[in-house]
Design a protein around this ligand. Structure first.
Ligand code: GSN
Length: 221
């Protein structure tokens, strides 16, 4: 039996969280090796395990994969969580990249200086509610299907749910103006593998605290 994928990252969401989500959605068990101090990262670098001296790194199928998007693409393709043809995949790429643009703004928020936080939060919520969520609400309205692309559960659904939940952590009623997204959120949350991942005790990571953000800075800079 092939060994479980092994994830190397710090014990926070960052650029690994979508990978954790996607593996969980595919029903794949994995191990995590947490980088807790700068020396852990240096050891990985010196050992030649990091192609570009960066994490996330995932040991999978005999590879030491880096670059979070490459890792996500591999997992999506391997576990058939992508589209059925080039055009579905092109659409999915556009959706997923926009979701990741929003996700990156949220990921960087804890690292913003105190005097920039309020403005940054307002920008995140503005982008979510005026640029991204209206598009996905309209997609669901126009095709009337249960899933975002191709009437089939895919990485786009996994990644959209992940970002919806992150925005809700910032403003709990954010979906009030998006009724179809609200129903969609419930539906995707009930996909059995996702439902399991949403239970307490799963590998899903909580929001980064101020203290954890400071620790991450010490590791990575
Ligand atoms: O998506 C990716 O995996 C890369 N394009 C970026 C990965 C990255 O920036 N990694 C940082 C940690 S912060 N985010 O995940 C990293 O490993 N920095 C250490 C270094 O020495 O550059």
């Amino acid at each position: 039996m092939a060994s479980k994928p092994k994830l190397h990252y710090f014990k926070g969401r960052g650029r690994m969280e979508s990978i954790r989500w996607l593996l969980a959605a595919a029903g794949v068990e994995y191990e995590e090796q947490f980088i807790t101090v700068k020396e852990d990262l240096e050891k990985l670098k010196k050992g030649g395990s990091l192609l570009f001296q960066q994490v996330p790194m995932v040991e999978i199928d005999g590879m030491k994969m880096v670059q979070s998007r490459a890792i996500l693409n591999y997992i999506a393709a391997k576990y058939k969580l992508c589209g059925k043809d080039l055009k579905e995949n092109a659409l999915m790429d556009m959706y997923v990249e926009s979701i990741m643009d929003l996700g990156e703004m949220i990921m960087l928020h804890p690292f913003k200086p105190a005097d920039a936080k309020e403005k940054d939060l307002a920008l995140i919520l503005e982008r979510a509610t005026t640029r991204y969520f209206p598009v996905f609400e309209k997609v669901l309205k126009d095709h009337g299907q249960d899933y975002l692309v191709g009437n089939k559960f895919s990485r786009a659904d996994v990644q959209l749910l992940e970002v919806i939940l992150m925005v809700e952590e910032l403003q709990s009623d954010v979906l009030s103006a998006f009724p179809l997204l609200k129903t969609y959120k419930g539906r995707i949350s009930n996909v059995p593998t996702i439902k399991k991942f949403l239970q307490p005790g799963s590998a899903r990571k909580p929001r980064l605290s101020e203290k954890e953000a400071a620790e991450a800075i010490k590791i990575f800079t």
